[in-house]
Design a protein around this ligand. Structure first.
Ligand SMILES: Nc1ncnc2c1ncn2[C@@H]1O[C@H](COP(=O)(O)OP(=O)(O)OP(=O)(O)O)[C@@H](O)[C@H]1O
Ligand SMILES: [Mg+2]
Length: 809
């Protein structure tokens, strides 16, 4: 059998023949040279080592004859057990050029491949295989395709030869070949191919497919080479960097040791390492932690840097990267919970449940952010708490009031001394889960100054498309906020920055009227305050009338926060009485409220108790709910000047001027003596300094007040009004209708004049409010005057029995 020696065999006794000048004739019957793992291509010269005695005797016989043998290669998976079938049927006729005998009895051969042959018959198997062969025809056609392939093979091979540092002779020889078939064979013999691929090339007698196959193998080899080089250079580079870093660190350590500054933080660092491993950090954070620990290792524990690093690592490991509470939205539970915690608010609850239903169906955390808008103390925060309770999530509140610095939202970069993460990440760390209900309170009170715009940072927090990769400046690694349930609250939607508002689903919560407050007080606030102050239900009861007295006499607010405080102070007083053993049970009624809370703070009588001349009731909108404005005017001798007091804004002052001009221009119609405008001064005053008085909506009330003053007709004291007026006497629509109406209803007003164009806004007024007041839509000032003024002579204590006009409810 045979093997290939890597280098040519050393010369021994050379029984060889000179290379023949004329083409070698290939006999029909040849001894077979059987090869393991070697394949001889035509046109190539191959050194062989032969050790099997049968083969050696075959070679000896061949050398004494025509020196041509039929070389076949062993098939990796033979067809049958027969010895001749162990080899491929197509082989190469080969000429033995040289033979060397080795001292150990084996021989070395140098053979030259001549042509492809096919084994047609096995003639003998002993002592060695004798076969009948048939040379395969070589088609010598050529075409453009073949020419192209030839060039491709030539150019690729020279690259290949260079990369593999093949001997120059090979390169030159290949370039000098003119026959494409020979080229394919020689190139194939130089490629490092498995034996089956080599055999396939040998069996491919047709030129074009053979060249194609060679070209493909060659291209593949080059690609492998390229990838290999790339990998090698990468590995080398990495090794170099690692070594460099390691070397530098070791050096640094040595220097520190020398200086007596070696980090004593070993134990702590090991502890941190363990915590980092346990915290399940995402790759990016884990990498940051590792880097920081590496830095700590070479720091002095007493250095400021070390504690900065420690704080940072502490932050990384204590964030709830993958801690979450189980999250399933059960709508029935949510409904029960909302009802349990809050009285009324039916519309609000319905909208919250709808919102949750959509979230449940869509199964994503994407979607608008809920925003509860309304005056203080109406239950915005506590609705958020109920939602969290219903969803089984943690609740955390974060106030944005007065936040003016972007860094408060997303932290300071660590390059700042005393840098900290922003409030969002602080909240997340505090709740220790990554899916809390996070309430951003007072989003309308966000500030903005030179330190950057917190609204734009918030935008990133609230935008579902961005918040899964929220990067706090301090932490400098991404944290996924997409599972946080954000809820925002605001008093005044108008103050929320536009882009933020667009991402929110705004649910407005109106202020409460007296009856609602009474019910909230009795059903929710009283039990809660009793419990907080250690009282049993038997100790204190409040009658409905008692609660009404409390609400009316001691609170004036849109929500119920003050009411809760008042009930709280009643509870404390009772607690003392009970604890002293003086009384066992107290019932608070309208009569004894003052005994516990002192005289009423708000007298009902700041509204005129009877129709008066010059006194009209306007309505104002404030962020804390609607308010009634009492407008007074008086006449005094003078020269026709208008004096306005009560800290009115410019627009409101102008409204007063417009109202006066209207009166002058319509004096005849209204029956006003023109002398009144020249011989008298008018003083107009709006008391109660706390309410901001700005905007044109008091126009109708100012007009009514002046008309009453100038005509001497009293104004009905049971009506309120809002609307802007024009010089020509038209009434224009105004804003804040709902809050204004709720405020009027709260104060027990029965009739409200509104601009006709505002009638559509009544849709948003809660039904229970609508049912207690009558609306009087008007288009002109004269309609207002006609409806609002009483005939001059009538003096009535209570005008509620007076004639009613068109009533819309
Ligand atoms: N409809 C209601 N039923 C029962 N309790 C209520 C209702 N509305 C408000 N409360 C209670 O009133 C108190 C004040 O409410 P909360 O703190 O939620 O007000 P808020 O709207 O968040 O006000 P602010 O705008 O000032 O933050 C809470 O104790 C809350 O439980
Ligand atoms: Mg609140």
């Amino acid at each position: 059998m045979t093997e290939t020696p890597k280098s040519p065999a050393p010369p021994a006794a050379p029984p060889d023949s000179p290379p023949p000048d004329q083409p070698i004739r290939i006999p029909e019957i040849c001894p077979a040279l059987l090869l393991n793992d070697v394949l001889i291509f035509p046109n190539t010269i191959v050194p062989l080592a032969i050790a099997s005695p049968a083969m050696i005797s075959m070679v000896n016989d061949a050398l004494s004859g025509h020196r041509v043998v039929a070389a076949f290669t062993r098939a990796p998976s033979p067809r049958t057990e027969k010895p001749e079938d162990q080899f491929f049927g197509i082989g190469t006729a080969a000429h033995i050029m040289k033979m060397f005998r080795m001292p150990d009895g084996t021989i070395r051969l140098l053979v030259q491949g001549l042509t492809r042959i096919k084994r047609t018959e096995v003639l003998a198997t002993d002592p060695y295989l004798q076969v009948r062969i048939e040379p395969l025809e070589i088609p010598r056609n050529t075409n453009v395709q073949i020419e192209g392939l030839t060039r491709k093979v030539l150019s690729d091979f020279s690259k290949y030869a260079e990369e593999h540092s093949l001997p120059d002779e090979v390169r030159i020889a290949v370039h000098n070949i003119s026959d494409p078939g020979a080229l394919a064979d020689i190139v194939a013999s130089n490629l490092n191919l498995p034996i089956t691929d080599r055999q396939a090339l040998l069996e491919n007698n047709d030129l074009e497919p053979r060249l194609t196959l060679v070209a493909t193998h060659l291209a593949r080899e080059l690609e492998l080479l390229r990838i290999g080089t790339e990998i090698r250079s990468k590995v080398e580079q990495e090794l170099e960097e690692n070594q460099k870093e390691y070397y530098l660190r070791e050096q640094l350590k040595a220097i520190r040791k020398e200086l007596g500054e070696e980090s004593e933080g070993g134990a702590e660092i090991a502890e941190f390492e363990k915590r980092v491993a346990d915290a399940g950090l995402p790759a990016q954070a884990a990498e940051a932690a590792k880097k920081e620990l590496d830095r700590m290792r070479v720091m002095s524990v007493s250095s400021a840097e070390y504690s900065v690093s420690r704080t940072y690592i502490e932050w990384l490991v204590s964030l709830p990267w993958n801690k979450a509470t189980s999250d399933e939205i059960k709508l029935e539970d949510a409904e029960i919970r909302l009802n349990m915690d809050h009285y009324g608010l039916d519309e609000v609850k319905t909208r919250i449940l709808e919102f949750l239903a959509v979230r449940k169906l869509r199964k994503t955390h994407r979607g608008p952010i809920l925003c509860f808008a309304g005056p203080p103390g109406v239950g915005k925060t506590s609705l958020g708490q109920s939602i969290a309770g219903a969803l089984n999530r943690q609740f955390i509140r974060m106030s944005l009031g007065g936040v003016r610095d972007e860094a408060e939202i997303r932290g300071h970069r660590r390059t700042y001394v005393g840098a900290m993460p922003g409030r969002i990440m602080q909240s997340i760390r505090r709740v220790s889960v990554n899916n809390p209900v996070l309430m951003l309170d007072e989003i309308d009170k966000l500030g903005m100054d030179f330190r950057g715009d917190p609204a734009s940072a918030l935008l990133e927090v609230l935008d579902p498309a961005q918040n899964s990769t929220f990067a706090d400046h301090y932490l400098d690694v991404e944290f996924d906020l997409s599972t946080v349930f954000f809820i925002t609250t605001a008093n005044d939607i108008g103050q929320i920055p536009g882009p933020l508002r667009d991402r929110m689903e705004i649910i407005e919560i109106p202020s409460y009227i007296t009856d609602e407050k009474i019910q909230i007080g009795l059903r929710y606030l009283l039990p809660r305050q009793r419990e907080e102050n250690g009282l049993k239900p038997s100790h204190l009861d409040i009658t409905e009338e008692g609660m009404r007295a409390l609400v009316r006499g001691y609170t004036r607010e849109a929500g119920v926060r003050k009411l809760e405080q008042r009930i709280g102070s009643v509870c404390r007083k009772i607690a003392r009485v009970v604890a002293d053993g003086k009384r066992k049970t107290v019932t608070l009624t309208a009569k004894n409220v003052a005994q516990y809370l002192g005289p009423a703070l708000f007298a009902e009588d700041d509204l005129p108790p009877e129709p008066r001349v010059g006194v009209a009731l306007g309505l104002a909108w404030t962020p804390v709910g609607g308010e009634i404005l009492v407008i007074e005017s008086t006449l005094m001798s003078g020269s026709g000047k208008l004096q306005v007091t009560g800290q009115l804004g410019d627009v409101m002052k102008e409204s007063a001027q417009i109202a006066l001009s209207y009166m002058r221009s319509h004096s005849a119609e209204l029956g006003i003596n023109d002398d009144k405008f020249v011989k008298f001064d008018i003083h107009l005053h709006v008391p109660e300094g706390a309410t901001p008085k700005e905007g044109p909506s008091a126009g109708v009330a100012l007009a009514l007040s002046l008309a009453s003053l100038l005509t001497g007709n009293p104004v009905r004291n049971d009506i309120c009004m809002t609307g802007e007026i024009t010089l020509s006497g038209n009434v224009l629509p105004v804003g804040g209708i709902r809050e204004k109406i709720v405020a009027a209803a709260r104060r027990g007003i029965s009739d409200i004049i509104i601009p006709a164009d505002n009638e559509k806004d009544l849709f948003y007024v809660p039904d229970h409010v609508k049912s207690r007041v009558r609306f009087h839509p008007v288009e002109t000032v004269s309609q207002v005057l006609e409806f609002g003024m009483l005939p001059p002579k009538v003096k009535s204590k209570n005008s509620k029995s007076k004639t009613r006009r068109k009533a819309v409810a």
